[in-house]
Write a protein that binds this ligand. Structure first.
Ligand code: SF4
Length: 354
């Protein structure tokens, strides 16, 4: 094994920190050997905190209407081919009811930035779910809002918030978003969420158009400094009809490699093996677990709307009922020696970092 690679991985394992230069080197010198060593160490660290338990989140995609035009996104506002929908509160409650019966104890409410869902409407839904299912956690993934709005949603009962930072490099952010969107505002939103007291999830796409190894190193540094409770990374997958439709997809190998590095940087982070990972490889989610992930997020949305939430092409699990998805994942995890547990799946903070 390359001496330098070995010493950087060793330092990562011991110190849980690497410099920008070391991270850039690690990202640009990916090898099969290095990936295997990182995955082994990442899985061992994950096992020491979470064992082989896999936390499951029930994803409810309740609106695909969005005012934004992110260049990579299959439901961006300029996407005329996209059939738009919004779920009603009773439909969302039905998803929760089915999810609860299947053992889900976390619901992730995800949508585009849809102005119809005012604070009042969204708070009503959050508190309704909390009243019916007080033993469940609610994660919101509804984009950029004001600090006041985040506070109201938190007060209504939301526990966690996913807002991928997308890229920690301002110039890169500007290449993949329209000029109306602001890197600084996104970062401010992430800080507001943390300050309010949410468990915060950040993350980026791997292999996004124009992404360089230095950009990825800055993403990893940001993750290292911010120490998120959750970190969602998945490969970039092009979506037909978007300006990035013809860019190549990110790779399974690079995503797995980064998952392992993130597990070693932030040992207690909740790390999903994303649906995007399962889309680029039939065993992508299983491989994600073996690289250090510990969360899966199957879909609880009604089957009739799933194909309409096409963030990227060929998204998997759009045809099955929720129970089928859950059974399928149970079997997949069982096959590789992991067990999906019925649990809120809160972060188990390592004592030295509490
Ligand atoms: S990535 Fe999110 S904010 Fe951007 S267009 Fe898609 S749904 Fe809207």
């Amino acid at each position: 094994m390359d001496e330098k690679l070995f010493s950087i991985i060793d330092s990562l394992e011991q110190n849980r920190r690497l410099s920008f230069e070391e991270l850039t080197w690690l990202v640009s010198h990916r090898s099969v050997e290095g990936a295997m060593l990182l995955a082994k160490k990442a899985a061992a660290v994950r096992d020491s905190i979470y064992g082989r338990d896999v936390f499951v989140r029930g994803l409810i995609e309740f609106s695909n209407i969005c005012k934004n035009d992110c260049l990579y996104c299959g439901i961006r506002k300029s996407q005329t081919a996209c059939q738009r929908y919004r779920l009603t509160e009773p439909q969302i409650m039905l998803c929760c009811q089915q999810g609860y019966a299947l053992g889900f104890r976390t619901f992730v409410l995800q949508s585009g930035e849809d102005g119809w869902f005012t604070d009042e409407r969204l708070c009503q839904i959050v508190s309704h779910i909390k009243t019916e299912y007080p033993d469940c956690a609610i994660t919101l993934s509804v984009g950029e809002r004001s600090r006041e709005s985040y506070q109201k949603l938190f007060d209504a009962g939301a526990d966690r918030y996913l807002l991928r930072h997308e890229t920690a490099t301002k110039s890169h952010y500007e290449k993949i978003h329209p000029k109306e969107m602001s890197f600084d505002h996104r970062m401010q939103c992430i800080q507001d969420l943390r300050d309010i007291g949410y468990d915060v999830g950040i993350g980026m796409m791997v292999g996004a158009p124009y992404q360089t190894p230095e950009d990825l190193a800055r993403d990893l540094l940001f993750i290292e400094d911010f120490r998120p409770e959750m970190c969602g990374i998945g490969p970039f997958i092009p979506a037909a009809g978007t300006p990035f439709a013809h860019f190549p997809a990110g790779t399974l190998e690079e995503t797995l490699y980064l998952l392992s590095i993130i597990r070693l940087l932030v040992p207690d982070v909740l790390l999903p093996a994303t649906t995007a990972l399962g889309t680029i490889d039939p065993l992508g989610r299983e491989k994600g677990m073996q690289a250090g992930a510990n969360v899966v997020m199957p879909n609880l949305s009604p089957v009739q709307v799933r194909k309409k939430y096409m963030l990227y092409d060929n998204k998997i699990c759009t045809g099955e009922e929720s129970a089928q998805c859950r059974n399928c994942l149970d079997l997949r995890m069982d096959k590789i020696g992991y067990t999906i547990v019925s649990d809120r799946g809160d972060i188990r903070r390592e004592k030295s970092h509490v």
